[in-house]
Design a protein around this ligand. Structure first.
Ligand SMILES: Nc1ncnc2c1ncn2[C@@H]1O[C@H](COP(=O)(O)OP(=O)(O)O)[C@@H](O)[C@H]1O
Ligand SMILES: [Mg+2]
Length: 279
């Protein structure tokens, strides 16, 4: 598998002596969905800010396609075009008067002509199902709407890698479902997706790969079932095996689920399995 973004030995100590990243290694494989899973304060946000060049490591390096990144203005511009970041708080990201203007900013800034930029914006708004909000003032939107506008802004840049910081934070279950289906479309289009979360259920529902974060380091990285299904790996980080996965693994062990069949990812799939079990 091709590695598109890699962090090697990243270290970042904030003023006051807080060690946020402590020699962190991470590999992001092309076209995959990677969940960076860890408790609050583990350093997840700090890591994403390094992966798009917003923060510079005090030691270690970030590589894109195997090439160590540089921090001059031209290199940073190229970098941010390839690696988009959606912040946890949409208010930290949105700044233009209207939704359309906000989402246009990136494409226009990339030097695209007005017609091409407009296409990009319309496509991004449609992908996030917010075309009807195009002319609305950003400051009058609901939290979930703002979040989708922020993501549309990143999508309009057509990044190869999209980093999302706690994408479901503050969204209700419907909002999260819409968001995941929009991200699914991006993934189908080839975008590599990396998201942070402290929610094991969300990670299991949606990630191919999981990196487990603890005290500024990635303590385990691998396939979602391999990491999230292993209570011994999760215990030191105070996380538990997601219920849907635990059920699937138990059903497999008992022969209710064939070893060749996929493990359930969603609640509805788990419920169907229980029905089968009960018969
Ligand atoms: N700007 C900052 N100045 C000082 N300390 C910070 C700053 N940003 C984050 N930290 C500290 O660094 C650690 C990691 O923070 P963060 O990356 O936000 O973790 P997470 O996103 O996993 O919750 C925390 O202890 C946090 O308090
Ligand atoms: Mg955070």
């Amino acid at each position: 598998m091709d590695v598109i973004v890699e962090a090697r030995g990243l270290r970042h100590v904030f003023a006051g002596g807080v060690v946020a990243l402590d020699g962190l290694d991470l590999r992001v494989e092309k076209g995959r969905r990677l969940a960076i899973l860890g408790p609050n304060g583990a350093g997840k946000t700090t890591l994403l800010l390094h992966l798009n060049g917003t923060l510079r490591p005090q030691s270690g390096q970030v590589l894109i396609d195997g090439q160590a990144m540089e921090y001059d203005r031209a290199a940073l511009n190229r970098w941010r075009r390839r690696v988009g970041l959606v912040l946890q708080e949409p208010d930290d990201q949105l700044f233009a008067a209207t939704v359309f203007e906000d989402v246009s900013f990136g494409p226009l800034n990339q030097g695209l002509g007005e017609a091409e930029a407009r296409n990009r914006v319309e496509e991004a708004l449609q992908a996030l199902r917010i075309a009807h909000l195009a002319d609305r003032p950003t400051h009058m939107l609901s939290f979930g709407q703002k979040k989708r506008v922020a993501i549309a802004g990143a999508v309009a840049m057509r990044p190869d890698v999209l980093l999302l910081d706690e994408p479901s934070a503050g969204l209700d279950s419907m909002g999260t479902a819409h968001l995941l289906s929009a991200l699914e479309k991006l993934r189908d289009g080839g975008t590599t997706l990396v998201f942070t979360t402290h929610d094991v259920d969300l990670a299991w529902q949606w990630a191919d790969q999981v990196a487990l974060f603890h005290q500024g380091q990635v303590v385990a990285q691998g396939g979602a079932a391999e990491i999230l299904g292993d209570a011994q790996i999760l215990a030191p980080v105070h996380l538990q095996v997601p219920l849907v996965l635990a059920l699937g693994l138990r059903a497999r062990a008992l022969g209710v689920l064939d070893a060749r069949d996929d493990l359930p990812r969603r609640r509805a799939e788990a419920a169907a399995l229980v029905e089968k079990w009960a018969v």
